[in-house]
Design a protein around this ligand. Structure first.
Ligand code: GLA
Length: 399
């Protein structure tokens, strides 16, 4: 029986098919993981707290240096190859996967890092559009690859910020920093308690007797990206009003619930509810970190349910399918908590479940969700994984 080929080998084989043997001899491999976020949604761009963990699904890229100033990239998923010149990367979002490559290269160069041309092959394991952060994984793996072949050393935190900037300017989503940060800094066996203002984190061990299970609703509603930027604008509008009463605040991170309530009627009703979500969600993340550290999975789960209710009612980023997945999961044995995850309007729920109940949970949820919606959901058991890395490649003349 032959041994199954590793992803590294398969990717190199594909690279040679696309770019030829000679370029393949110089190829290096990088990968960055997707993520789940245990709690703390829509708090990152408000300077708040989040609790992501990297998962063992990756975006892989093979990259080899070229002698000219061209970037050629082939996406396996889209079965498409694009070409870009490093000397003309500017321009608005094209709503095409190449925006990520163009954006990362452009942001690096705008920050003064001179890049070299390269050939890239992209292989993705993270379901696209499912809220598992395939975009940030592509950005971070691309940034690693492009800097390495150019011989420029960029500290990890700067790289993370440049990837976020790429998404703002070249993809058009004014995302927070959580996804890029965890793609780079994920730690095996742990979630990160990340302070998105200070960009400091502490590691929180995931208890041995629970599993983090993701349920993919398999829907993605059209509004997702536009509504994301609108939510962020609502938060900023709230801060501007509150600053007239509390000049010292910079972000919703600085606002307590008592002060928010005091000025409820100074804020438009919708803006008030958006702010209430963020302020209370930050409190929940802090409480959840304590619960995890003291091994209190019941309390952690309770906070997850409350997070979902707030995202559904105050932030209004859930949808029928996500609410259904939460309702169905909440009645299953061994489920501590469940909530929608990521930007919203589709994608996944994240569930915290007693280990021995996971198999029954997966079977039940699949059947019950399909009965109501006609859609078969995907479920994934997620192990907390390491962040982005350069893979050892045997015999590469570039390493
Ligand atoms: C997306 C963004 C993140 C974060 C989440 C919501 O994943 O990329 O920055 O705002 O939505 O918590």
């Amino acid at each position: 029986m032959s041994t199954p080929k590793s992803t590294d080998d398969l990717l190199l084989t594909r690279f040679r098919e696309v770019f030829g043997e000679a370029s393949g001899r110089n190829a290096l491999i990088f990968r960055a993981p997707g993520r789940v976020n245990l709690i703390g949604e829509h708090t990152d761009y408000n300077d708040g707290f989040v609790m992501p963990m990297a998962i063992g699904f990756y975006t892989w890229i093979a990259v080899a240096k070229r002698q000219d100033r061209m970037l050629e990239a082939y996406s396996e998923h889209f079965d498409e190859k694009i070409a870009l010149s490093l000397d003309s990367l500017s321009g608005p979002p094209q709503k095409h996967w190449s925006d990520f490559i163009r954006g990362v290269a452009a942001s690096l160069q705008e920050a003064g890092h001179r890049l070299s041309g390269g050939n890239l092959v992209i292989h993705g394991e993270i379901p696209l559009g499912a809220g598992l952060s395939s975009s940030a994984a592509l950005e971070v793996s691309t940034a690693l690859g492009l800097t390495l072949i150019a011989g420029v050393a960029v500290p990890a935190l700067e790289l993370v910020k440049l990837c976020q900037a790429a998404e703002h300017k070249y993809v058009g989503t004014r995302c927070g920093i959580m996804d890029q940060f965890i793609a780079a800094f994920g730690a095996t066996g742990h979630a990160l308690m990340l302070d998105c203002r200070l960009l400091e984190y502490r590691l929180l061990p995931i208890p041995k007797d629970v599993r983090v299970v993701v349920c993919n609703s398999m829907v993605r509603h059209q509004l997702a990206s536009g509504e994301y930027n609108l939510r962020r604008a609502d938060c900023e509008a709230g801060v501007r009003v509150l600053q007239s009463f509390f000049p010292e605040i910079h972000a919703l991170r600085d606002v307590g619930i008592a002060d928010l309530e005091k000025h409820k009627h100074d804020l438009p009703a919708t803006v008030y509810r958006r702010c209430r979500h963020v302020v209370t969600e930050n409190q929940k993340v802090l409480a959840a970190a304590k619960a995890l550290e003291s091994g209190d999975s019941d309390q952690f789960g309770h906070l997850m349910y409350r997070s979902h209710a707030s995202l559904r009612d105050d932030y209004e980023v859930s949808c029928r399918e996500l609410d259904l997945l939460v309702d169905l999961a909440s009645s299953r044995r061994g489920v501590y908590g469940v909530r929608m995850m990521g930007g919203g309007f589709g994608g996944c729920t994240v569930n915290l479940i007693r280990s021995e109940c996971v198999a029954a949970f997966q079977a039940d949820i699949a059947q019950m969700y399909a009965e109501t919606t006609g859609i078969t959901p995907a479920t994934y058991i997620c192990e907390p994984a390491q962040g982005a890395e350069t893979r050892p490649v045997e015999g590469s003349s570039q390493a």
